[in-house]
Design a protein around this ligand. Structure first.
Ligand SMILES: Nc1ncnc2c1ncn2[C@@H]1O[C@H](COP(=O)(O)OP(=O)(O)OP(=O)(O)O)[C@@H](O)[C@H]1O
Length: 268
C-alpha cells in the first residue's frame, strides 16, 4: 500500500545490533522411545516372528519429554532452566548439545555447545591428575596448555584441600568431589555455549562461589551459559534470565526475579 511505503523505516534499537544469537530452539518436540516397556513376552522367537511378519514391536512406549519449546539465547547471557522433576530440563540441554535428535522442530547453534553434566565421563580407575590431562585433551587443549593449566584446575576444584587426593584414582572420590573436578576441567576452557546440569549443587558454598564467579567470566568472554538447577539461589546469583519448563512445555521465559517468584508461588 502506498501509504505504508511512505512510512520511515524504523531503526532497530541499539541493543539489537549487539545481541548475537548463539542458540535458537524453534518449536522443538523430543520423544524418547522406550523398548520392552510393555507386558508382552520378550522372547527371541517372538522378536523373530515380528521381523518375519514385518511388524514393529508392540512394546515400544513413547515418552513425549519436550513439547513445542521455542527460545533464543544470545551471546553473554546466562540462562537458568528450572522446573519440577521430569519437566524436560536435561532433555532440552542434551538436544542442544546434539545428543538427542528432535522429533520435530529445529535447533540452530553458533559454535560447539559443550554439555557439562553430572554424568560427564571421567575414568574412575585413573587418578584425578590423569583425568585432568585427558579431559583437557578431549576439549581440544594441547598437552602444553593442559600442563600449564593443571595446577589452576586442581586449585579451583579444591580436591587437594584435605590431602593429596588428585594423585588417587577417581573411584576414591565422593560424588561431590568428582562433580567439582568435572566442573573445574570444563570451566578451564572458554566455551561458545556451556551447559551445566546441576554440577553446582554438589559443591560446598566456597566452591559454589568460585564456580559462579567463573560463570560470570565465561559470559564476559562472550559465551552463553545454561544452568540447570533446583537451587534457586544458585540461579539467582548466576543468571539474568530464566526459562521455566513444566511437563515438557515452556511456561515462562523472562528476567530471573520475575520467573523465580512465579515458580516459588507455584511450588508452594
Ligand atoms: N532415557 C530416557 N528414556 C525414556 N524417558 C526418559 C529418558 N530420560 C528422561 N526421560 C523422561 O523424559 C521426561 C523429562 O526428563 P528430564 O530428565 O529431561 O527431566 P528433568 O527436568 O531434567 O528432571 P530432574 O529435575 O528430575 O533432573 C521425564 O518424563 C523422564 O521420565
Amino acid at each position: 500500500m502506498a501509504v505504508a511505503e511512505q512510512q520511515p523505516v524504523a531503526t532497530p534499537p541499539q541493543t539489537a545490533e549487539a545481541r548475537v544469537p548463539t542458540v535458537i530452539v524453534d518449536d522443538v518436540h523430543i520423544v524418547y522411545k522406550v523398548y520392552g516397556a510393555g507386558t508382552g513376552k520378550g522372547s527371541a522367537t517372538a522378536a523373530l516372528g515380528r521381523l518375519l511378519l514385518r511388524r514393529g514391536s508392540p512394546n515400544v512406549r513413547r515418552v513425549h519429554a519436550v513439547r513445542g519449546v521455542s527460545f533464543t539465547a544470545y551471546r553473554g547471557e546466562a540462562i537458568g532452566i528450572i522446573g519440577s522433576n521430569g519437566s524436560g530440563k536435561s532433555t532440552i540441554l542434551r538436544a542442544i548439545a546434539g545428543l538427542l535428535p528432535p522429533e520435530s522442530g529445529r535447533i540452530y547453534t553458533d559454535g560447539q555447545p559443550s554439555l557439562l553434566g553430572v554424568n560427564a565421563a571421567l575414568m574412575n580407575d585413573l587418578t584425578g591428575s590423569t583425568n585432568v590431562l585427558l579431559g583437557g585433551l578431549a576439549m581440544g587443549m594441547s598437552q602444553e596448555e593442559v600442563r600449564r593449566r593443571h595446577q589452576g584446575i586442581v586449585d579451583f576444584s579444591g580436591i587437594n584441600e584435605k590431602g593429596d587426593f588428585i594423585s588417587l584414582p577417581m573411584r576414591t572420590y565422593s560424588s561431590g568431589m568428582a562433580a567439582r573436578l568435572r566442573f573445574s576441567i570444563a570451566a578451564a576452557k572458554n566455551h561458545d555455549v556451556l551447559m551445566i546440569d546441576e554440577a553446582l549443587a554438589t559443591g560446598d558454598r566456597a566452591f559454589q562461589r568460585r564456580s559462579e564467579a567463573r560463570i560470570r567470566e565465561l559470559r564476559k568472554e562472550a559465551g552463553t551459559v545454561f544452568l540447570v538447577s533446583h537451587n534457586n539461589n544458585s540461579i539467582r546469583d548466576t543468571c539474568d534470565r530464566v526459562v521455566w519448563l513444566e511437563k515438557g512445555e515452556l511456561l515462562m521465559d523472562g528476567p530471573t526475579d520475575e520467573v523465580i517468584k512465579a515458580y516459588e508461588k507455584h511450588t508452594k
